[in-house]
Every structure is written in structure tokens, then in C-alpha cells.
Write a protein that binds this ligand. Structure first.
Ligand code: ATP
Ligand code: MG
Length: 411
């Protein structure tokens, strides 16, 4: 029903304006998005014609409802009788009320509709997962020269803009369990703080190139609805004395400003690597700054999940190593993981495949190599004007990728 959508919008605005204790997180995500301005969402919420049009194209019938007034001059909708509107919507919008914390807050004390604010809140995603919310925070940081400079060091993603789903990555049960733990810790931050268990949420991903470390960090941001702050240590390492230390501090500062979020530090061994080459006071200082920054950030108090990734764990010294509460391995994928990657990547492609054979033939391949196999096979099939794939094309593509891998090791 199109009418109920607009009335839900109007009532949500009205109830939100009346009850100061309601927060932006209580407004349903789809409605919240309509109200974002340059500096976030401002009270009171005002519903104009173009606001209403965002939830329904057909709004003329709303104007004739006895509890609605539309001002032709200001183009603004108003509820003229709150009680009537509440009654009208109770009869027609119960399903919407159950999922709308703002409305559930009001309606839980109204008649016996059996709605609960707490229950409704579970349906609603918090605002820090909104692309628009992140934009307003970034716009705020850009206003100040110092913080604007910090933004240049990192890449920031809204979870809404991340394409990769957690479910489309082949992970071991052990890995999945660790990510489940992080999710629970995030939900129970208050409890963990209360009992003083703070050292959670610092993960180190180790493994060879192409095994899914970056992909998993991004997918985790989408799964947990947290913004992702991504930085490569090589990108913030400067040849100028002291700059690297300052940059490291700035990156951690940005993460705290965007909290709750995930801070993903890629090429984590980079600082360690430079240390072994040019033993140099500035580099030592950079490592110390990194250690100190890691110590001074945690999920429970700061809302920051720290994920570091490296291909060269042996380069990291023990001081760095022991600051991470979980080391998550991304090894060269065993058969069971290769099987899963094939299954996932072929699930939307037409054709009959002998996955057992594909798994056998790809010993030593990483996830990235398998993706390359599929891509090659698909392109070859397109060259032949063929729809979908077959086993032969896949086996040939495995051969091509195998040759390429051999080239890499033969020089
Ligand atoms: N376990 C996996 N499941 C699904 N896809 C995978 C897996 N491992 C790798 N891939 C695919 O391989 C590609 C490369 O993965 P990714 O960039 O995450 O690797 P990485 O471990 O970060 O490598 P590097 O150490 O070089 O940064 C991506 O397209 C990803 O989808
Ligand atoms: Mg990577």
C-alpha cells in the first residue's frame, strides 16, 4: 500500500520530533536516508513534497485524508490530528510498526498491538553503516586543514559500497568461528567494558598473495555494517625523518574519528622490512609509534577493529606479534577450500562440471589463481560464441594458468 508508506514517513517524523530520547539510530534506515543533509540529520524532521515522493510516487490521495494538511506554498505536509493519524495507521501499518523503532516506541504503549521497541530495534541497522552518514563525517573532517590532510593517507569505504559478500568467500570453519567471535564482541561491547576485558578485536591475517586477506577484510566490513579504513603501510612511509611516525598516528586518529569502524593495515611487514635494511633512528621511531598506537586502540573502548595483513610474518618481531590477540592464517588453499571456491565461482555459470577433477588439477593454486582460471575459461568461451562453460575449457584454462605460475618461479 503506497499510502501507508507516506503516512509511516509522516508519523515517524512526528514521533521523532516529539520524543527527544529517540536517536537517529531509531529511524528506519530507508527513512533515515531521505533526511540526510550536508551536516547529517537535523531535528525537527520536515516532510516536504519531494521528501514524500521518495517513498511513493502516488501521493495525491494522501492529501484528502482527514488528518493531513498540505501547504501549497511551503510544499510541506503536516499531520493535523495526531490521534487520528495514529489510529488510522494502527489499523493498516502494523507490520511496518514492528520494524520501525520510532513508531514502536510510541505504539508499545498504545492499545494492545503487541509491538516492542527493543524488538523493532533489532530490525534496524545503525546509522554508521549508512553511506550518507560516512559522507557527513568526512565532510566535517575536510573542513579542518589538519584532519583533511589525514584523509589523504587512507581509503575509506562505506559498507554499503562493498560489493563482496562474506558468504562468497571460501573460509575454513576455524576462520569463520573467529569472525563470529568478533561479531559477538562488537555486539557486547558494553558488557566487555564493564568486566574489563578490553583486549579483543586485533587480528593479524597472514598468508601468501592471493589467498583472500584483503577480500575478507572488506567483506567483514559489509557483514558487520562498519566503515572500512584501509591503508597500506608502504603508502604512508616517508623518506623524510619523522614523517612516517606522524602518518601512523594520523591513521589511527582517523580510525578513532570514524568509529565504530574497521582499520585495515595492509603490507604490515613494510616497516619491519625497512628496519632491517637501513637501521635508522627514524625507522625505529616509526615501529615504536606503531606499537604504541596499537596499544592505545581497542574495540571495546574505541570501537575500532584492527586488522593487519602480511605475506611475510617472519619479518615481524615478537613485540609486534604479541599485540595481536588472534593470528588468522590464510594458507595456500587445501582441497576443501579450492572445491568451495570453484563451487562459488561456477554457481552462476551454465554448464556441467566435474569439480573433483578441477580440484585435483589445481594443487598449489591460490583463490586468486582459481579466479583467473574461471576468467580465462569464460573469455575463451566468449571467443567461441559459446554460452556458459564446459569442463574442457576449464581444464585448458587451468593449464594456461599453471604455465603462468611456472614462469613466475623459473626466473
Ligand atoms: N578463499 C577465497 N574465496 C574466494 N575468493 C578468493 C579466496 N581467496 C582468494 N580469492 C579471490 O582472489 C582474489 C585475490 O584475493 P585478495 O586480494 O583478497 O588476496 P590477498 O590475500 O589480499 O593477497 P595479497 O597478499 O597479494 O594482498 C580476489 O578476487 C578474491 O576474490
Ligand atoms: Mg591483499
Amino acid at each position: 500500500m503506497e499510502e501507508t508508506k507516506v503516512i509511516e514517513l509522516l508519523l515517524t517524523a512526528e514521533v521523532y520530533n516529539r520524543y527527544e530520547e529517540l536517536t537517529e539510530d531509531d529511524i528506519p534506515k530507508e527513512i533515515r536516508k531521505i533526511f540526510y543533509g550536508k551536516s547529517g540529520i537535523s531535528r525537527p524532521l520536515v516532510v516536504k513534497m519531494d521528501t514524500a515522493k521518495k517513498v511513493s510516487k502516488n501521493i495525491d490521495s494522501i492529501k484528502s485524508l482527514p488528518f493531513i494538511d498540505f501547504n501549497e506554498f511551503s510544499k510541506q505536509f503536516k499531520i493535523t490530528s495526531f490521534d487520528l493519524a495514529i489510529q488510522w495507521f494502527a489499523k493498516r501499518g502494523l507490520e511496518q510498526i514492528k520494524k520501525n523503532p520510532v513508531l514502536a516506541y510510541y505504539y508499545q504503549n498504545y492499545d494492545s498491538l503487541g509491538v516492542s521497541y527493543e524488538e523493532a530495534k533489532r530490525f534496524n541497522k545503525p546509522k554508521y553503516g549508512d553511506r550518507e552518514w560516512l559522507k557527513t563525517i568526512i565532510a566535517e573532517l575536510e573542513k579542518n586543514e589538519q584532519t583533511a590532510e589525514m584523509l589523504g593517507l587512507v581509503r575509506i569505504y562505506s559498507p554499503e559500497d562493498i560489493k563482496i559478500d562474506f558468504a562468497s568467500i571460501a573460509l575454513t570453519d576455524e576462520q569463520i568461528r573467529e569472525f563470529d567471535k568478533i561479531e559477538v564482541a562488537l555486539e557486547r561491547r558494553d558488557y566487555l567494558k564493564e568486566i574489563g576485558v578490553l583486549e579483543v578485536g586485533k587480528l593479524m591475517f597472514i598468508g601468501p598473495p592471493g589467498t583472500g586477506k584483503t577480500t575478507t577484510a572488506r567483506a567483514l566490513s559489509k557483514r558487520l555494517h562498519l566503515p572500512l579504513v584501509e591503508v597500506k603501510l608502504s603508502m604512508i612511509t616517508s623518506q623524510y625523518l619523522g614523517e612516517t611516525s606522524k602518518n601512523i598516528e594520523k591513521v589511527f586518529e582517523i580510525a578513532k574519528r570514524l568509529s565504530p569502524c574497521i582499520l585495515f593495515i595492509d603490507e604490515f611487514d613494510y616497516v619491519a622490512k625497512t628496519r632491517t635494511s637501513d637501521e635508522h633512528a627514524a625507522v625505529k621511531r616509526a615501529v615504536n609509534t606503531l606499537l604504541k598506537s596499537i596499544d592505545e586502540i581497542n574495540l571495546v573502548e574505541d570501537g575500532v577493529i584492527l586488522i593487519a595483513a602480511t605475506n611475510h610474518p617472519s619479518l615481524l618481531d615478537t613485540a609486534v606479534w604479541r599485540r595481536f590477540d588472534k593470528i588468522i592464517e590464510f594458507p595456500e588453499p587445501p582441497e576443501i577450500i579450492r572445491r568451495r571456491i570453484f563451487e562459488l565461482s561456477l554457481s552462476r555459470i551454465k554448464g556441467e562440471f566435474d569439480i573433483d577433477e578441477l580440484v585435483k588439477l589445481t594443487d598449489g593454486f591460490t583463490g586468486a589463481d582459481i579466479k583467473l582460471v574461471i576468467r580465462e575459461a569464460v573469455l575463451n568461451s566468449l571467443m567461441m560464441n559459446m554460452e556458459g562453460l564446459d569442463q574442457k575449457l576449464l581444464v585448458e584454462a587451468i593449464g594456461e594458468v599453471r604455465e603462468r605460475l611456472n614462469l613466475k618461479t623459473s626466473y
